[in-house]
Design a protein around this ligand. Structure first.
Ligand code: 3HC
Ligand code: NAI
Length: 704
């Protein structure tokens, strides 16, 4: 027996224990150990039943993701599951913590399942660009029906023990106490009553073939929209079709073929990169030296778009929130903004009136800063204006507790300057949320020069509390995300003026995998906001830099996007999806003529290449300036804050996939047209010269 799998005989029950921290992933040693243990139990006449359980945080989190992309070693998990299911003595899986992916598939191959309260069960393979590959696509629908199985496999979500029981995924929920003891007792009772192995492969959940096929059709109908460009969800649907229409063994073969196709795909590679990157962003230099300050009560200053969204994010995480606005009317509006979020949840039955009341009981408002005197942390989200922000921080300096963390949600302003303006710069940090702040996962944690390590650690701990993905960023104009965004938006506007239409650019990028192209996004967020930013920056703009006026011309006509009924698109009668607007195209044509530009055609591929080249080039400069710690921090930023397709791993991972030499060659080509805008990043040039890629830099620096 390998050390990671133990086996012991207890009251005639063979107890097989998975013991491979941190999450009992099913790496080769565990698979070998399991296969041996099942064979030994089968061969031992003293064994009347088998219990499989895990130690530590959970039963198992599934396949060992670190093994993907390496040579595959036998036995694979599907074979282990076959052996478990074929066992002639009853096999009970005793689940706790998590039973995910191959871990749940192992449990499905067992004959009976008991789960501790609080266990999370799911098949999250789709989130890694995979389908369940150890029989899950065949056993699960047979056990719980096509509709519920498709829901679990296509969402990858975790079901709680209660839901799992209702679905028929497990047979019982253990009472509090020793799970293993209860599983062994049950195993003994089953064998005493002569209960036979009850195999999922023989379950009748698909007996109503017509209903199963109808459920499959419904699921398939939504796939193209929901998973544009992705492969695994379609293979999941195919595997379920095989489960409905073919014998079990045939279905397993279909599943295996789909799994092998996915495991070797760049999408799987991109998603696994994203998985590890989302964890490694938490490895920061301050993690060692700073212990987070406790945060229970938070002040939010400003109840506008961001302040109210941040308040909701904090309330949802169970914190106490005090909102401060400049006058009673603004406060009432801010409170209404917050209230509306919960009203909508109640209206759509996702929240009860009671829960809403309980949440809002933790929410208070004030028009005087004195209300923040006891706050553990304050987030400022007032107008984007240095003088206003400094005024707010002066008040905080005067009134807040000496150990309070003072955060700003500024998008672009110099946080070093804000920090230096008060007597305690060590407590000042940037917490840059994204709109809508209660939904968007990214939290840029902007680290000014003088900040104390424990304040940085507090920012990261807060992100965990809010279930957000934190990325450490340095201070510069726009930090990581907005600084890069500004540049690739410029590249898009150059193409717009040179001959591409906003609709082509949007479509090309949506086909690439973005949820929304840049012009649709601009219409959604409101053209007036970036217009104001452009006006503000006009004085400091390099006079030699190309400036495209098209967006300004739209704004001058009052076309700010969805909220005004038109922007780059038309939104008649409050429509949410825009229509192409011939007047916008005419306006762009006129502007080209005025500037003496003869429009030229771009292919969709050329659009994407320029856009990505601009993005990656600026990202390399961000890295070089030390604004981002590693390429993976940029990947996570762009995926979780800017709609970059997660299945491509992030822009830096994408650049590695395309090849940095090819990307640099593009930049050099564009440089001939506009040498100021397209200056290649020295870091990129250096990587190409050394034959390295961005991932080399990910490997090189660890801040664990
Ligand atoms: N393989 C290898 N390592 C894993 C892992 C896995 N399946 N799951 C988690 N880990 C590692 C993490 O990388 C992390 O390592 P670190 O401490 O060195 O950074 C450690 O375990 C703890 O993980 P988290 O920090 O994510 O801890 P959480 O408590 O936040 O979450 C979890 C735990 C819910 C299990 C989460 O890690 C998770 O979702 N894991 C992935 C689960 C998954 O996708 N399983 C399916 C795999 S594919 C499969 O099974 C194929 C099969 O069909 C054949
Ligand atoms: P907003 O204009 O919607 O809200 C600002 C609010 O601050 C207003 O309600 C105003 O009454 C209040 N306010 C102004 N001065 C105040 C003071 N001295 N004391 C108390 N309240 C005061 O602006 P929005 O969009 O919410 O932006 C706020 C901050 O967040 C800005 O710094 C912005 O750059 C940043 N930000 C905005 C994002 C967005 O998408 N809108 C995204 C990320 C950051």
């Amino acid at each position: 027996m390998t050390a990671v799998v133990q086996q012991a005989l207890r009251d005639g029950v063979s107890v097989i224990t998975l013991e491979d921290p941190p999450v009992n992933a099913l790496g080769i040693a565990v698979r070998r150990g399991l296969a041996q243990a099942i064979a030994a139990a089968q061969a031992d006449d003293r064994v009347r039943a088998v219990v499989i359980h895990g130690t530590g945080r959970g039963f198992s989190a599934g396949a060992d993701i670190r093994e993907f992309g390496r040579a595959r070693e036998q036995p694979w998990m599907g074979e282990v599951c076959q052996a478990v299911e074929a066992c002639t003595r009853p096999v009970i899986a005793a689940l706790h913590g998590m039973a995910l992916g191959g871990g749940l598939e192992l449990a499905l191959a067992a004959h009976y399942r008991i789960a501790a309260p609080g266990t999370r069960l799911g098949l999250p393979e789709v989130q890694l660009g995979l389908l369940p590959g150890a029989g899950g696509t065949q056993r699960l629908p047979r056990l719980i029906g096509a509709s519920a199985a498709l829901d679990l496999m296509l969402s990858g979500r975790h079901a709680g023990a209660g839901e799992a029981l209702a679905l028929g995924l497990i047979d019982r929920i253990a009472v509090e106490g020793d799970l293993l003891e209860q599983a062994v007792a049950w195993a003994n009772a089953l064998s005493a009553s002569g209960a036979p192995p009850r195999r999922s492969c023989e379950a009748q959940g698909l007996a109503d073939r017509a209903a199963s096929l109808a459920a499959l059709e419904t699921a398939r109908a939504g796939l193209a929209r929901k998973f544009r460009g992705q492969v695994a969800p379609f293979r999941i649907a195919d595997a379920v079709q095989a489960a409905i229409e073919q014998p079990f063994e045939e279905g397993l073969r279909a599943e295996r073929a789909g799994f092998l196709q996915c495991i070797d795909s760049p999408q799987r590679e991109g998603l696994v990169h994203a998985f590890f990157a989302e964890r490694r962003v938490r490895q920061i230099p301050e993690a060692r030296s700073g212990t987070p300050r406790p945060v229970r009560t938070v002040g939010v200053i400003g109840g506008g778009t961001m302040g109210s969204g941040i308040a909701v994010a904090l309330l949802d995480a169970g914190l106490h929130v005090t909102m401060v606005e400049r006058d009673a009317d603004s406060l009432a509006r801010g409170q209404r903004n917050v209230g509306k979020v919960y009203d909508r949840l109640v209206a759509s039955r996702r929240l009860t009136e009671g829960d809403k009341a309980a949440t809002l009981a933790r929410f208070t408002g004030a028009t005087a800063y004195e209300a923040l005197a006891q706050a553990d942390l304050v987030v400022e989200a007032v107008f984007e204006d240095m003088a206003v922000k400094k005024g707010v921080f002066a008040e905080l300096d005067r009134l807040c507790r000496r150990d309070a963390v003072l955060a700003t949600n500024t998008s672009f302003l110099d946080i070093d300057e804000i920090a230096a303006s008060i007597s305690r710069p060590q407590d000042v940090i940037g917490l840059h949320f994204f709109s809508p702040a209660n939904i968007m996962k990214l939290l840029e944690i902007v680290v000014p020069r003088q900040v104390a390590p424990d304040v940085v650690a507090t920012g990261f701990a807060l992100a965990d509390t809010l279930r957000k993905v934190p990325v450490r960023a340095g201070v510069c104009d726009g930090f990581i995300g907005n600084r890069i965004l500004y540049v690739y938006r410029e590249a898009a506007s150059h193409m717009l003026e040179d001959g591409a239409s906003p609709y082509q650019i949007d479509q090309a990028l949506e086909d690439f995998g973005y949820a929304m192209g840049p012009y649709r996004t601009a219409d959604l967020t409101g053209g007036d906001i970036s217009w104001a930013a452009r006006k503000r920056k006009a004085a400091t703009r390099d006079p030699r830099a190309r400036y495209v006026r098209i967006a300004d011309l739209l704004c001058e006509r009052g076309w700010f996007g969805q909220k005004t009924g038109r922007g780059f698109y038309q939104y008649p009668d409050g429509a949410r999806t825009g229509r192409h607007d011939p007047e916008v195209l005419a306006l762009i044509d006129a502007e080209r003529a005025e500037r003496g530009i003869r429009p030229r055609a771009f292919t969709d591929e050329q659009v994407v290449r320029r856009y990505m080249a601009a993005l990656v080039n600026e990202a390399a400069k961000v890295l070089q300036d030390g604004i981002a710690l590693r390429p993976l921090d940029i990947d996570v930023t762009m995926v979780h804050g800017y709609g970059f397709p997660r299945w491509r791993g992030g822009p830096m991972k994408y650049a590695d996939t395309v090849g940095l030499a090819a990307l640099l060659a593009d930049i050099r080509e564009y440089e001939k047209e506009d040498p100021l805008f397209w200056q290649p990043a020295p870091l990129l040039v250096g990587l190409v010269q050394r034959g390295q890629d961005f991932d080399t830099l990910n490997q090189g620096s660890s801040h664990a």
